[in-house]
Ligand binder design. Sequence first.
Ligand SMILES: *Cc1c(COP(=O)(O)O)cnc(C)c1O
Length: 242
Amino acid sequence: MNPAPHDLGAAARLQQVRLRIAQAARAAGRDPAAVRLLAVSKTFGAEAVAEMAACGQTEFGENYVQEAVAKIDALRSRWPALCWHYIGPLQSNKTRDVAERFDWVHSLDRLDLAQRLSAQRPAERAADVLAPLQVCLQVNVSGEASKRGVAPQQLPALAQQVARLPGLRLRGLMCIPAPAAELAAQREPFARLRELQRQLAQSGLALDTLSMGMSADLEAAILEGATIVRVGSALFGPRAAR
Ligand SMILES: *Cc1c(COP(=O)(O)O)cnc(C)c1O
């Protein structure tokens, strides 16, 4: 029996998650290096992020703009090379903070929000190679189970429009399926997302990113081709209700 995540130190939890990723990648016949680990630090403070950063983790995901901005600003001087991904719900009155502070957005699902992010993206992100905001379109692959995400039928049109925005670079697709216990059931929505990526590629839009898989289902996601897994509780321990 493995100890609960909160019984281990940050380094041990990180090592355990990296091992899960490597094992799943090998089981899928994939290179473990082709799967990036995004550490989802929502509800945990700047010190928890700094502790993970000291263990070698560089990419962090946040869900709440206000909370994230405080953390990013608190850590900037000590950890200037961290890469920040916004994965939470987008609201039009918060797009400026997202466009100015983050490197990636995974939760884009509307053209008007994409247009705002593009217009508000600063032309020169200081010392940054990735000037455009890297974005993934969130797709509602579980139907009525989630209200968020673009419907699969509307994805091709939205993708074509977002791909043309100058301040953004469309990188891929993201999903948050309804939780499922069995591996086969977990794989199903991830396979649907991969199929949507394949269809977009056929229509001339090649995207290199599939952001899918969390603490409970990252193996299933990697088997279906995830290139970024978003892992919170397995790295930081259980979250307090917010
Ligand atoms: C919280 C969250 C995660 C991480 O979830 P865990 O189950 O803690 O790994 C991943 N993606 C999104 C969009 C989240 O909101």
